[in-house]
Design a protein around this ligand. Structure first.
Ligand code: ES4
Ligand code: ZN
Length: 328
């Protein structure tokens, strides 16, 4: 109805969306058939993204691996990128998206193959819908610090204007962020922007992100509000936090898993720069419109409040002033 139409039409900026997590189940089944690989454990398009089955982050990450493994050739990357940017983005009036890539999530696929296919999808999506996009390469914290360094070396060796920076994804429980200081320092020296996931981690991890890893954004960052001084600092420095209400509610991070979204409300009330996104839209049964709508319902936000999330997205985007102005 009306609210749905208005929220869908609101211009959006998407800064926290993983490519592997934005593939529709039917596409995963298609690609598995194309490559002649069975989806393990009797998974089908119907039960692949049953988010009730994500007992914990690791179970979720296992499903992510199933998806990543069927995206293999240039045309696969072109297709999933195109679908994510058009049906999953432009159809919700997303004007601009910075896509997280996870090269380690596609075993055996050379980085240039990923870039070639993803770029073709970005180009086609922009021609067909006008959506603009750029890339963030996510390091995998389940891997060693040495392989993170290798990945940054690969990114730098294939340096391209549309790869704006690096992130730090996957299992937070496995290691504190400081383990990856070297990879982040090399990325910084090469002029890459930096962000990192801190969803379950304590406030002092955010200090590590800012001061050791050189991050200019924080992905999720819900525990910042547990520390008054850290909150104040992030308000003063206008550090953007890319929040994902639906995905983090299922994981019980954005509130208590009861739809209260308590932490996001506290972050907004504290004056932090908060942006809204889906994380892994089909895997969490959400989309950009739904994320905005869910927050509007849970926290009583009106159009002005929702529009502020989009304006924050424009501010938080890793764009130069001319490209930023084009989004306003
Ligand atoms: C992810 Cl830690 C995390 N959460 C959600 N989606 C992801 N994709 C890669 N890492
Ligand atoms: Zn994420």
């Amino acid at each position: 109805h009306d609210v749905e139409r208005i929220v869908r039409g609101l211009p959006k900026v998407s800064l926290h969306c993983h490519l592997i997590g934005s593939v529709q189940a039917a596409t995963v089944v298609d690609l598995a058939r194309k490559h002649g690989v069975p989806l393990d454990g009797g998974r089908t398009a119907e039960n692949l993204f049953d988010h009730g089955s994500y007992e914990d982050l690791d179970e979720f990450l296992r499903v992510l691996d199933v998806v990543g493994a069927v995206i293999r050739d240039v045309d696969d990357f072109r297709r999933v990128t195109y679908e994510s940017l058009t049906e999953g983005g432009a159809a919700h009036n997303v004007l601009y998206r910075e896509i997280f890539l996870s090269p380690p999530g596609h075993p055996g696929v050379p980085y240039p193959t990923i870039l070639e296919g993803v770029r073709a999808g970005m180009r086609d999506a922009e021609v067909d819908t006008g959506i603009r996009s750029a890339l963030i390469v996510g390091l995998n914290r389940n891997d060693t610090a040495a392989s993170a360094v290798e990945l940054v070396e690969t990114v730098v060796a294939h340096r391209a204007d549309d790869v704006l920076g690096i992130g730090l994804d996957y299992s937070e429980a496995i290691g504190p962020p400081e383990r990856f200081w070297k990879a982040f320092r090399m990325a910084g020296a090469a002029g890459l922007e930096r962000t990192a996931h801190s969803e379950s981690g304590p406030p002092h991890h955010i200090e590590t992100l800012l001061d050791l890893l050189g991050c200019t954004r924080v992905d999720h960052g819900y525990h910042v509000v547990d520390d008054e001084a850290m909150t104040r600092r992030c308000v003063e420095e206008r550090i953007p936090f890319t929040c994902t209400p639906v995905s983090s509610d299922i994981g019980r991070y954005s509130g208590s898993g009861d739809g209260s979204h308590r932490r996001i409300r506290e972050m907004v009330d504290a004056g932090l720069v908060v942006t809204i996104d889906s994380d892994d839209p089909p895997m969490f049964g959400t989309d950009p419109t739904n994320d905005y709508r869910v927050l509007a319902h849970a926290l009583g936000y009106g159009l002005d409040d929702l529009a502020r999330f989009s304006r924050n997205g424009v501010e938080a985007a890793w764009l130069d002033e001319a490209d930023r102005a084009a989004l306003r």
